[in-house]
Design a protein around this ligand. Structure first.
Ligand SMILES: Nc1ncnc2c1ncn2[C@@H]1O[C@H](COP(=O)(O)OP(=O)(O)OP(=O)(O)O)[C@@H](O)[C@H]1O
Ligand code: SF4
Ligand SMILES: [Mg+2]
Length: 352
């Protein structure tokens, strides 16, 4: 039997909990369970979209992969090596291959550094200029991200929002990474500029075989760039699959509500699935399925037992409605599952 190539990134049962300290003794009174048992894998050159409501743990997951947050437990394997618990020196070397682009390039770029210093800071620190001057190295990278080399001595505030995001991308690219966490990289930009930055990310992915973990609230942007999508809720990945699986035929009631909330021409408002209430606090997550307090299809078992992961090919979902992982492939195009394994009553619809 042929052996499967090892994924570039493989995360298993990862937990990142933030302590809540109280009292004069600063005792730990509880934890914010920002990431609470996440498993996922990514291949080289692949883009995984990560979606979910604000506060569900997306940024924390991205930061934990880069070693910027301490993982309480679980495994993060990158290029075959375990990162969790790795000695700092080795971790620093591997971290060069993993970079991050943030939502707001203005606050993530030091306003007192010139474009040249910002872009080549990592190269100079790691001694990777390879005989080039910082000016030459910066000019090459600026050209690669579509910036004019005339701006090499300018400061971040002298660039437009889109140009600043290009600077961030050049900075991330400088160490020739394999993997980049893109945390809402276009959501602060005008729509026309968003498209240009997405196109740049697509070109760079093709040229350098980059893998992106692409965090976004905007499902239309995710559809443009991601090959697969993971849906996060209260620290858990509750559904994961190809773009077509998740965006056109979601199985989990939460994903259905997320997709349904996106206004689409021709879609009747009354046909929308309504997501009521707020996500519970990750400091006091509910028992059982984390979505049960808001789920219109919740059953008694949902209040006590976390659903196991069911898989239909590459489409995985955590929901007690999905009863048979071999027979749940039939889904209709309106996003409602109707296969033999889907044991659901109709999802509540918006009353107008
Ligand atoms: N350093 C921290 N200390 C304590 N709690 C934190 C810390 N960082 C994040 N959290 C909490 O962890 C949870 C997940 O936060 P995170 O920023 O990862 O969410 P997110 O999905 O990225 O949200 P958004 O879409 O708003 O960016 C939130 O409840 C947040 O308040
Ligand atoms: S497990 Fe139960 S509560 Fe959770 S999404 Fe499925 S039906 Fe809803
Ligand atoms: Mg975030």
């Amino acid at each position: 039997m042929p052996t499967m190539p090892e994924p570039l990134l493989a995360i298993k049962d990862l937990r990142v909990w933030f302590p809540i300290r109280k009292g004069v003794l600063n005792r730990v009174a509880g934890h914010v369970r920002a990431v609470d048992g996440v498993s996922l894998a990514m291949a080289k050159g692949e883009t995984l979209g990560l979606v979910g409501e604000s506060g569900c743990g997306k940024t924390t997951l991205g930061r934990a992969i880069l070693g910027l947050e301490h993982a309480r437990s679980g495994s993060i394997r990158f290029a075959g090596q375990e990162l969790n618990g790795m000695a700092e020196k080795e971790h620093r070397l591997l971290r060069r291959r993993c970079q991050m682009i943030f939502q707001d390039p203005y606050s993530s770029l030091n306003p007192r550094m010139t474009a040249m210093d910002l872009i080549t800071e990592g190269l100079a620190y790691h001694g990777l200029l390879a005989g080039r001057s910082r000016e030459e190295a910066a000019a090459e990278l600026m050209h690669e991200v579509g910036l004019d080399r005339d701006g090499i001595f300018r400061y971040p505030h002298e660039f437009s929002g889109g140009q600043r995001q290009r600077l961030s991308i050049a900075r991330a690219l400088s160490l020739q990474p394999d993997f980049i966490v893109c945390d809402e990289p276009v959501s602060a930009l005008d729509v026309s500029v968003q498209a240009q930055v997405i196109n740049l990310l697509l070109d760079l992915r093709a040229k350098h075989q980059l893998s992106y973990l692409f965090i976004s609230h905007d499902l239309s942007v995710v559809r443009l760039i991601a090959q697969r999508v993971a849906v996060m809720y209260l620290g858990h990945i509750i559904e994961c699959g190809s773009c077509a699986d998740i965006l056109d035929a979601p199985l989990h009631p939460y994903t259905q509500a997320l997709i349904s909330a996106v206004p689409t021409p021709g879609k009747d408002r009354r046909q929308r699935t309504v997501l009521t209430g707020e996500m519970p606090s990750p400091a006091a997550p509910p028992p059982g399925c984390p979505f049960h307090p808001r789920c219109p299809q919740a059953m008694p078992i949902c209040r006590t037992t976390m659903p196991a992961e069911s898989s239909i090919g590459d489409h995985s979902v955590r929901c007690h409605l999905i009863t048979d992982n071999k027979n749940t492939a039939n889904t209709s195009t309106d996003g409602k599952a109707n296969g033999p394994g889907y044991d659901a009553t109709p999802v509540q619809q918006e009353k107008t």
